[in-house]
Write a protein of this length. Structure first.
Length: 306
C-alpha cells in the first residue's frame, strides 16, 4: 500500500480544457495524475471545460498541477485565475506564461537580447501583406500561428503561392502569424527543471519537420538522449536555453526548442511552459536520462509550489 504524502494537501491536476490541444492535455493530465497518486499524493482530475473553476475551493483543493496545453492553460489565463483564488500552481507565472505562449513576442525578445534566432516576418490578417516580398527575403519558410502549440496550424512554404495557402490555414487559429526562415538541420529540445538544465534531446523524423503527427502519432520519430553533440556544443545549447527561459520570465519547469544548421549554428525556436507529459513526451525522457523516474519528476515539479 502506498504511504500517503500529506505535505501537498489535496492537489487538482488541471487537464483537458478548451484549446486545440485538448486531447494531448487529457493524456498528459492522466499520466501526471497516475504518477501523483502512486506517489501517495491526494490528487484528483479537474477539467475546466467540464467544471467551473470555483469548484476547486469547494472540493478543498490546496494546490494545482497545471497539465493544460495551449490557450487558456499555457497563456497566463488560468495562472491569473488561480492567483486570484489564492491557489499555488506549478510552472510559470502569468507574465512568463503569456510571453512564452506568444511566438512573435518571444522572437522579438530573443532578437533584442542578442540570442541567436532565425530571421522572420510577422503577418497580421487585418493588415495587408506581400507574400512575394516575404519569400524574396526569406527564401523558404515555416509558418506558425503565434499562440498555438503542438505544431498546430504549422506548415512550410517554398514559394509565394504555398505561403498564401499556409497563411490562410494559419489564420484559422490566429490573427497574427510568424513566418520564420527555414533552418535546414538538426532539431533539439532542452528541458529546464527549476534552475537545472537536463540532457539535450535530438528528434529525427522523416516528416520534414517535428510536426503534430511526428510528436504524437508516428512510430518513425527517433529520439536521441543525450544528443550526439560535443561537450562544448551541449553547454552552449543548454546555456542558450536557460537564457531564453529566463528572458521570457518562465519559471519552474519547461522546455526550449532549437535548431542547428549545417554550419553548426544554433537557433532558438520557442519556449514551452507546459510541455507534454505523455508516455512519448520529451521532458520525462530528459529526466529519465538524468536518473529520475516519471513519478519523481512529477513530484519534483509539484514541490515547487510549496
Amino acid at each position: 500500500m502506498t504511504q500517503l504524502n500529506t505535505q501537498f494537501g489535496k492537489v487538482a491536476v488541471l487537464l483537458g480544457g478548451h484549446s486545440a490541444e485538448r486531447e494531448v492535455s487529457l493524456k498528459s493530465g492522466q499520466a501526471v495524475l497516475n504518477a501523483l497518486q502512486s506517489a501517495g499524493v491526494d490528487a484528483i482530475a479537474f477539467d475546466p471545460k467540464e467544471q467551473p473553476l470555483w469548484q476547486l475551493k469547494e472540493l478543498g483543493v490546496q494546490r494545482v498541477f497545471i497539465a493544460l496545453h495551449g490557450r487558456g492553460g499555457e497563456d497566463g489565463t488560468i495562472q491569473g485565475a488561480l492567483e486570484f483564488m489564492g491557489l499555488p500552481y506549478t510552472g510559470s507565472n502569468v507574465l512568463g506564461s503569456a510571453l512564452a505562449m506568444d511566438k512573435i513576442r518571444c522572437k522579438h525578445l530573443f532578437k533584442s537580447a542578442g540570442l541567436s534566432t532565425a530571421p522572420y516576418a510577422v503577418v497580421d490578417s487585418k493588415r495587408g501583406f506581400d507574400t512575394a516580398a516575404i519569400m524574396g527575403e526569406l527564401k523558404k519558410v515555416m509558418v506558425k500561428p503565434s499562440h498555438e502549440g503542438s505544431s498546430i496550424g504549422m506548415a512550410q512554404a517554398n514559394n509565394a503561392q504555398e505561403l498564401e495557402a499556409a497563411l490562410t490555414e494559419a489564420f484559422k487559429f490566429d490573427n497574427q502569424v510568424l513566418v520564420e526562415q527555414w533552418v535546414t538541420g538538426r532539431e533539439f529540445t532542452v528541458t529546464v527543471l527549476g534552475n537545472d538544465v537536463q540532457p539535450v534531446i535530438e528528434m529525427t523524423t522523416p516528416n520534414g519537420f517535428y510536426d503534430y503527427q511526428a510528436k504524437y502519432q508516428s512510430t518513425t520519430t527517433e529520439y536521441h538522449c543525450p544528443a550526439d553533440l560535443s561537450s562544448e556544443e551541449t553547454t552552449l545549447l543548454q546555456d542558450m536555453a536557460l537564457q531564453a527561459f529566463d528572458l521570457v520570465g518562465a519559471s519552474g519547469w519547461g522546455r526550449v526548442d532549437a535548431m542547428q544548421d549545417e554550419h553548426g549554428n544554433f537557433y532558438l525556436l520557442e519556449v514551452n511552459t507546459v510541455p507534454g507529459m505523455t508516455e512519448k513526451s520529451l521532458v520525462p525522457m530528459a529526466a529519465k536520462a538524468n536518473g529520475a523516474t516519471f513519478e519523481q519528476l512529477v513530484v519534483r515539479i509539484l514541490e515547487q509550489t510549496l
